[in-house]
Design a protein around this ligand. Structure first.
Ligand code: KG4
Ligand code: ZN
Length: 346
């Protein structure tokens, strides 16, 4: 089954063709992130306008690549080969989401293909199901604990099977990615989505002389909720008072360690409680090397395999949207998809 995926929830316009949920055939992505870097945060109006500008060229690009990859002779042949169209309907920015959803509706109508709405957060999970050189999705056994760590969400989910998700807990205030971004800005390493830059700075710290001095909020609580706002404020004050004593890389390292310690401890607690067979990581922050490494190493003691998406599938793209649609094939009866800007994972 060949699915065309469309993702336009924020500042990325992405389209992809995925076969049988696991084989990436073609993908294309355009972003307006450099514009939001200038303003130090996403401007929804600008993001939406850029979605309008990018959507057709990105679709055209993925079609050109798809024809080549599948060794077809023309685009009509590719249209005939597509079985369904999948699109992100939330959460995200309403103006951005509408562009992808309306494009998907129009194509579904014109081509008489089923239309499958995909929750962006569920989509992130499927970054793990694409076949890569390192793993085969068929190895992933259920039940699984999923940790979704993105710019707006930090969710722990029990995944009993495809389509069977139970929300266990999430952040009570800032998401992990949001905390990374805010501290990156305070440290002056990135004004917009600076998480990866903060992490790079942290990797330059040879010895963390601040080890365990930053708070690890809720680390000893037995629930599955998180709170990163206090840690962010603590880090802000620490920088104001100590920036001439400690260099930025040490502060970045200790902040990163504090976030990672909490995420890993809670994920393993949930994995033990529900006696799971796999742990899956998803969302933009799953690109964080320290989180990937710590979680993988610590889960080894419990004999639970950890699956992490390839780095390029951690941040927003349409490949995992098409994959999620395959494994959760629930077409809408009419073209009436409602965009849901503040949708949760379940
Ligand atoms: O999933 P995503 O691409 O967008 C949303 O759906 O929100 O996640 C973006 C988040 C941002 O907060 C970004 O700074 C963070 O993921 N991020 C990272 C890293 N790469 C991206 N945070 C920490 N370390 C990274 N390497
Ligand atoms: Zn995302």
């Amino acid at each position: 089954m060949l699915i065309l995926g469309i993702e336009s929830s924020c500042d990325e316009t992405a389209c992809a063709l995925v076969k049988d949920g696991i084989y990436e055939i073609a993908s294309s992505l355009a972003t307006s992130s450099e514009l939001h870097e200038k303003t130090g945060g996403v401007v929804p109006e600008i993001a939406a306008r850029k979605q309008v500008e990018f959507i057709v060229p990105v679709l055209e690009d993925v079609f050109t690549k798809g024809v080549k990859e599948l060794k077809l002779t023309n685009k009509q042949e590719l249209v005939d080969t597509i079985d369904a169209i999948a699109v992100t309907y939330g959460p995200g920015l309403i103006g951005s989401l509408i562009v992808g959803v309306e494009a998907a509706k129009a194509l579904s109508f014109a081509w008489h293909k089923p239309l499958i709405p995909v929750n962006h957060l569920v989509g992130h999970i499927y970054g793990n199901f694409l076949k890569t050189q390192t793993h085969n999705s068929m190895d992933i056994n259920f039940p699984a604990i999923v940790l979704i760590v993105s710019g707006g969400h930090t969710d722990l989910v029990l995944m009993r099977d495809h389509g069977k998700l139970e929300y266990l807990g999430g952040t009570l205030d800032d998401a992990a990615g949001e905390a990374f971004d805010k501290v990156a800005r305070i440290l002056g390493v990135g004004d917009y989505l600076g998480g990866a830059k903060l992490s790079k700075l942290a990797s330059e710290c040879a010895v963390n002389v601040l080890e365990n001095t930053f708070p690890r909020p809720k680390i000893n609580d037995t629930d599955f909720d998180f709170s990163f706002s206090g840690l962010k404020t603590f880090t802000k004050r620490f920088i104001e008072q100590n920036s001439d004593v400690y260099n930025k890389s040490i502060i970045a390292k200790e902040f990163e360690n504090a976030v990672v310690d909490v995420l890993v401890k809670k994920t393993l607690l949930a994995a033990q409680k529900y006696d799971v067979k796999s742990i899956l990581l998803g969302g933009g922050v799953s690109a964080n090397i320290s989180l990937r490494t710590e979680l993988t190493n610590k889960a080894q003691a419990f004999g639970i395999p950890v699956y992490v998406p390839p780095i390029r599938l951690c941040t927003d793209n349409a490949i995992y949207i098409a994959s999620a649609a395959f494994f959760n094939f629930t077409p809408v009866a009419s073209f009436d998809i409602e965009v849901s800007p503040s949708l949760g994972i379940v």
